[in-house]
Every structure is written in C-alpha cells, then in structure tokens.
Ligand binder design. Structure first.
Ligand code: SF4
Length: 370
C-alpha cells in the first residue's frame, strides 16, 4: 500500500475515496491492441470502470478493492503491464513521444533507457525522463528531469532547466546516465531544475540545444488526438477504440492508429472549452474532497475563453494542475476559495464561496475588459 509522499503505482496502490487507485506506466507510452482491450476489461471487472489519463502519459484504474488486487495484478502481468517490483516501477518514469515513427531512434532508446534504469540509484518520487525523438519536438513542456532529444546535430541528453544538452551516441548513454544520476542524488534536490537553480553543475557538456518545438496548439491540432475531458476516460471509451494500438500522451489525450470518424466518448476538437479546465476527481472519489468538481467544471467551462485556464480542485493539494491557472477554485468544508493567477493552496482572493455562486464569481474574472 501507499504511504504519504509516495507516488502511487500498480504495485503501490493508493487508497482513495472510491477504493484503491493503481497507476500504470505502459512501456513506450503505448498500449498494443491486446493491452487496450485487456485493460478496458480489467477496469470494468476489478474497478469502477474509470480509467484516468495522467499528465505523464500514465493511466489510473480507480475503485479497485483490496480483495481484487491479487487477481488484478496477475492479469496486468499477463498483459505485460506490471513491473517486477515497486522500486523498478517507480524508476521507470518515462514519457515517450507520441510522434515516434517506425525506424526512428525511439524504440531502441526506450529499451536502452529502461535497461539503464535497472541499475540507477534511488531517485526522488517524481523524478522522470522524457524521450522526445519523434518527427517533431513535442515534450519540452512536459514534466521531466532528464530529456533525450534530437538536436540539429544528433541526439542530446539535456537536464531539465538547461537550454543545452550533450550530444551522445546511444552506446554512451549508460555511462552518461550513471554519472549524471549519481551526481544528481548527491545534490539532495527533489527535481533537476531545482538542482540547477541552486547552482549545482551537472557533469555534462553543453553541446547543442534541442530542436525548436512547434506551437502547442498547432501540435495538438495536427496530431490526430482524442481528448478525455479532465483526463476522465472509461472502459467504454477504451473499448470504442478497440482493435488498434494507442499512444498515450501527457496532454490527457490518446493517439490511436486510426481515429474513428465519430466518437461518443472522446473529444476530437482541441478547442473544446472543457479542455481549458483542469479538475481533479473531487468528492466522492477522493476522501480529501468535501466538494464535487467535475460536474462544476462542465458547467463553468463555457465561461473560459481560449488561451485561459480554470482549475477546479477538491482540496488545496491541487492534484490536477501543478502550475498556476488564471482562476483556481479550491474546495474547503463544502465551499470554495478563489485564487487568481496562482496554484491551489496559494493565498485566495475570495473565500467561502457556495457552489451555486461560482459562475458569477468566476465569470467576472474571465470577462473581457469593458
Ligand atoms: S486535489 Fe485534493 S480532492 Fe482533488 S484528487 Fe487531489 S487530494 Fe483529492
């Protein structure tokens, strides 16, 4: 079971208001057709049927009972969706570009990086890797501590927070990573960018910057993605995409081999107003929440203009969004605090707002100036 401060995994489930939550990190941020079908079946059989899409291309099964856990673990292992032990699972925190193409370096680098991580020192819980080696750069805004990227002159290994990385050949990666990870552990920092801000100098050359990344809005439009509002998908939504493999992304969206012409469960328009809102599961799914969130998020979404963000959080922890939003509504004792240009937990501009007053309280902050 999980304890405070741990990141949940499949082997370290986290108790939530609706049962155990299992976080899965499919290899290569991808599900094969068999894994996709199997996972939809397991979510419905052993859990509530909910499958959350996380911001690190992970999946979460919800509503699992303790009694069902052994059978679920066996079924996940049969689908090659379970690591050998909790430590290996925690270390394998890798986001892989959904823009990889057959024959590029990505598949070999996944295997190489996973092999290297088997011998890595203990890393902080959120320490992660981004493999951004597809047809275009797309993961530069995704949370990661070490980035493997294409530059104009070859592959680079770039610590998060540094504008440049060291050019490397794949055969050099194990030794580079060994030195870098042991150096990082000695900094005693939880994240790479913080280590760099604190003046620690990584043992890497600064040879080249990564490729420039296209504008995010253009990437999302051009990538054939299907979005789950608030990251909330389900076994039915996964079944709708059956018979093909699925790439997982850090944008709470999936990229099927061939997007269906129409869909009942997914949003195909990246400009849908619901995608401007971050909302955690809230009550009754999370025991820390005293308010519902996603029903309110649907109601308030139309107030949020393009380019702006609303964050609805069941409590001050702010699981759904780590960075500031234009407006954040944080639940407390059945009411909401309203924070402007901040994160959940920051000092509120208004407190104790009843749920039925939120449209008026929120809409004013998104209205165009008169
Ligand atoms: S932000 Fe609070 S209420 Fe929402 S999921 Fe996290 S802990 Fe639960």
């Amino acid at each position: 079971m999980s304890r405070k401060g741990w990141c949940p995994g499949a082997l370290r489930p986290m108790p939530a208001g609706d049962g155990l939550l299992l976080r899965l990190r499919p290899r290569g941020s991808m599900l094969s057709a068999d894994q996709l079908a199997g996972l939809a079946e397991l979510a419905a059989r052993y859990g509530s049927g909910a499958i959350d899409l996380g911001s690190r291309a992970a999946l979460q099964l919800r509503g699992v009972t303790t009694a069902a856990l052994p059978d679920l673990h066996q079924a996940l292992a049969d689908l090659a969706l379970l690591d050998s032990d909790p430590a290996a699972e925690a270390r394998r925190n890798i986001i892989t570009t959904p823009l990889w193409q057959a024959g590029d370096a990505t598949a070999d680098l996944i295997t190489l990086l996973e092999d290297c991580l088997q011998h890595a020192p203990d890393l902080p819980p959120k320490f992660g890797f981004a493999l951004d080696t597809g047809s275009a750069a797309c993961l530069q805004l995704a949370s990661a501590d070490l980035r493997i990227e294409q530059s104009d002159v070859g592959l680079i290994l770039r610590p998060d927070g540094s504008p440049m990385g060291q050019i490397f050949q794949p055969g050099d990666l194990p030794e580079l990573l060994r030195k870098l990870l042991h150096w990082f552990v000695k900094t005693d920092c939880p994240r790479m960018a913080l280590a760099l801000r604190n003046g620690h100098a990584p043992p890497l050359r600064q040879d080249a910057p990564p490729r420039p990344q296209p504008a995010m809005a253009d990437l999302l439009r051009a990538s054939g993605l299907l979005f789950a509002p608030f990251g909330a998908a389900s076994s039915q939504a996964f079944r709708e995409l059956g018979g093909q493999s699925l790439r997982l992304t850090p944008w709470r969206a999936v990229r099927p081999d061939s997007p269906p012409p129409g869909t009942r469960h997914w949003l195909q328009n990246p400009d849908d107003a619901r995608l401007r809102v971050d909302a955690c599961p809230g009550a009754p799914h999370c025991s820390a929440a005293s308010v519902t969130t996603r029903d309110l998020a649907v109601r308030l979404a139309s107030l949020v203009p393009p380019g702006r963000r609303l964050h609805l959080s069941g409590c001050a922890k702010g699981c759904a969004r780590a960075t500031p939003a234009d407006v954040t509504l944080t639940g407390r004792d059945g009411h909401f605090d309203l924070i402007l240009q901040g994160r959940a937990g920051d000092a509120p501009a208004q407190t104790c707002l009843a749920p039925h007053t939120l449209a008026a309280a929120t809409g004013g902050h998104f209205a165009p100036p008169v």
